[in-house]
Unconditional design. Structure first.
Ligand SMILES: C[S@@+](CC[C@H](N)C(=O)[O-])C[C@H]1O[C@@H](n2cnc3c(N)ncnc32)[C@H](O)[C@@H]1O
Length: 272
């Protein structure tokens, strides 16, 4: 295997990634690959490894090849039907967990994708009443697999646009990592995003189209004093704050990610 991993490392320009793909193909821990590199291997496994290296060399994201991705300390199934959960989004989860919410709070995640946000919140706060929506049935199917794997049957998954599938009001917290990339943004032609669903990425000519509608709908669905937290693009914090003010939210602030970029903006519906 040593020889194949060396060749793959050369092709991918990344020895660690080559070893991780080998671990995946052989269904062994990474340490096994380094410790047993000289062992003869079943040709079928070598073939499987070669196929994975080919896909990765074509740019297919590692998470799609693996079919999984870690988020907030848990393993999530992913497929090309969903956005690959990003580390930046963990700030949205952290902020949600810091809020002074009731023990039996009602939480909504809009555009849930793999379910990474709402299922992390439900796992951390088992008494919260958690609901999520997505316009993509294929994405909801992945979220349902993750709900099952994480044994969180209490989380409701609803199909439809933004908050439209919901009859009820009175949410204590609404969170969302909506599509926010401007259509035609050159970043869409680079790296992993080339393989991610467009419906998970783009929203109108400036990327803010869905965020404005989400704010308007959330204003009706939140309880007085309830919170709305939205993840957005690296250069959208000022525009999102302005939109929140225009929609009548209070206590508006933006939080930075580990790179120091304002990534999540939140505000509250007035208490009366
Ligand atoms: C940026 S992805 C976020 C996925 C996941 N919440 C995460 O953070 O990894 C946006 C998600 O919003 C969904 N979406 C796009 N337009 C929508 C709409 N009008 N209503 C509900 N969901 C929508 C997409 O299908 C996608 O799953």
């Amino acid at each position: 295997m040593d020889e194949q991993v060396r060749a793959a490392a050369l092709r991918l320009g990344d020895r660690n990634e080559a070893a991780r793909l080998a671990a995946l193909a052989l269904e062994q821990p990474l340490a096994w690959i380094f410790a047993h590199g000289d062992e003869p291997l079943d040709p079928r496994l070598i073939h499987r490894f070669a196929e994975m290296v080919d896909r990765r060399a074509q740019g297919v994201p590692f998470a799609y090849i693996a079919g999984r991705c870690e988020f907030f300390g848990r393993d999530f199934s992913v497929s090309p039907a969903v956005l690959i959960p990003r580390p930046e989004t963990e700030h949205l989860v952290e902020w949600s967990l810091e809020l002074p919410l009731p023990d039996d709070a009602r939480i909504l995640d809009v555009g849930t994708g793999s379910g990474c946000i709402i299922l992390s919140l439900a796992a951390e706060r088992p008494n919260w009443h958690c609901t999520a929506t997505d316009i993509s049935k294929a994405a909801l199917a992945v979220a349902a697999i993750n709900r099952e794997r994480l044994q969180l049957p209490q989380v409701r998954l609803l199909h439809g646009s933004l908050l439209e599938p919901l009859d009820e009001t009175g949410f204590d917290l609404i969170v969302s990592n909506p599509p926010y990339v401007a259509a035609g943004d050159p970043h869409l032609e680079q790296g992993d995003v080339r393989f991610e669903p467009e419906i998970a990425l783009t929203a109108g000519p400036n990327g803010l189209e869905l965020i404005g509608t989400l704010m308007a709908q959330a204003r009706y669905k939140l309880a007085p004093g309830g919170w709305l937290l939205i993840e957005h693009g690296y250069d959208q914090a000022a525009a999102v704050c302005r939109l929140m003010r225009d929609h009548g939210y209070e206590s508006i602030e933006s939080r930075r990610d580990l790179a120091g970029i304002e990534r999540v903006t939140g505000g509250t519906k007035p208490a009366c």
